[in-house]
Ligand binder design. Structure first.
Ligand code: ADP
Ligand code: MG
Length: 362
């Protein structure tokens, strides 16, 4: 892991859902802070217990220093600093509008606008985009040695890669242009039939949708260039040589296939791939599993069957690891075993980080 992170300022933990991205990101950040770095980890949707154990607060959206005492009692001595935050997509989006708005009046108008409020949480990829936007902000403003980014629990890890482009596309897209053109939809909306419909809706719902729409697009119109430029710079951060992607995967068929696909897409997008973390590997039971004599025959048979099943599982997983190794061109690879018990607490994170930083896998 240390070799892999050499000279890197940003590490993105990507992969399909449920493979251990959030756990890896937190444990990785812990391990680097332990080694004296000032690290910030941006987590997204952490399990409640993990958030609690890092002392993360729901509505922070700004990094908070994790109390080193939390780790000290588990034998992890943080010599640097560990900062953690739980991403709040809506708040990040709002902060972006605040920064890009030409004046306070426009800012307030947009933030209070119902269309915006829906949009900022609903636009496809806004969680992915805000994650990178937040990263950009921390990179600009903080003096961290290392930023660790967890990625959203999207089904498809690729959503993350093209989020900036997708959002820029939306803002430059036809929907907005139509509204901004004087003779476009905005103008036509005021025409006969639709005016009646909107009037009726307003009476029924109490919401002046037409007003909201026109305010939204007028105010946003002035920000499109700023927004596009921001999205471009945010996107560029992912291609920076000081950034590296860690693909997290599980030793099972589907996540492995997705890791292979994602690796290919990274290369195609000229984004830097750092290495692979294969998480939750099962260990084959050792050959020294002789059973005590006094075990009755029935129980002994069941134990033997269970042992065979785990062995078969471990074999399949090992084959998957080999396939990953071959398909990714013998990449730097870190293996993390399936751990007993909870990995949500500090104790669990500490164990994961031990494997992540072990000299040669496990
Ligand atoms: N090595 C491991 N051993 C046991 N459980 C693990 C391990 N890694 C992760 N888990 C558990 O798997 C679940 C998914 O992990 P998480 O990090 O939230 O995945 P993701 O962020 O990719 O969705 C969590 O409940 C976590 O505690
Ligand atoms: Mg997660």
């Amino acid at each position: 892991m240390l070799e892999l992170l050499e000279g890197r300022r940003i590490v993105v933990c990507a992969g399909s859902g449920g493979v251990g991205k959030t756990t890896t990101a937190a444990a990785l950040a812990m391990g680097m802070a332990e080694r004296g770095l000032k690290v910030a980890v941006v987590t997204i949707d952490p399990a409640k217990r993990l958030a609690d154990s890092l002392g993360l607060e729901e509505l922070g959206n700004e990094p908070r220093l994790v109390d080193p005492e939390r780790f000290g009692s588990h034998g992890v001595e943080i010599r640097g600093e560990l900062w953690a935050l739980m991403l709040d997509a809506k708040r990040t989006f709002d902060a972006l509008i605040e920064r890009l708005a030409p004046n306070p009046a426009t800012r307030d108008e947009v933030l209070a606008n119902r269309i915006y409020q829906q949009l900022s949480s609903a636009v496809a990829g806004s969680q992915e985009f805000t994650a990178i936007a937040k990263l950009y902000e921390l990179d600009q403003e903080g003096d961290y040695d290392l930023l660790v980014l967890d990625t959203p629990p999207s089904r498809n890890a690729l959503d993350f890669l093209d989020a900036p482009a997708r959002l820029t596309g939306f803002f430059q897209g036809r929907a907005i242009k139509m509204f901004l053109r004087p003779a476009g939809l905005g103008g036509r909306l005021l025409g006969r039939g639709t005016g009646v419909v909107f009037g009726l809706m307003e009476r029924l719902t109490g919401v002046d949708l037409l007003h909201d729409l026109s305010v939204f697009f007028r105010a946003l119109g002035g920000m499109i260039d700023g927004f596009t430029e921001r999205a471009r710079r945010v996107g560029a951060l992912l291609e920076d040589p000081a950034t590296t992607f860690l693909i997290v995967t599980a030793p099972r068929h589907d996540p492995a296939e997705e890791a292979i696909f994602f690796h290919r897409k990274l290369a195609a997008a000229s984004m830097p791939f750092g290495g692979l973390v294969v998480n939750r590997l099962h260990d084959a039971p050792g050959p020294d599993g002789a059973l005590p004599d006094e075990l009755d025959a029935d129980l002994a048979a069941r134990v033997a069957t269970a042992a065979h099943e785990v062995e078969a599982l471990a074999e399949r997983e090992a084959a998957t690891v080999e396939r990953l190794r071959a398909r990714l061109g013998d990449p730097p690879m870190i293996l993390v075993p399936e751990l007993d018990g909870d990995v949500h607490d500090v104790e669990g994170l500490a164990r994961v980080r031990e494997h992540l930083f072990a000299p040669t896998g496990w």
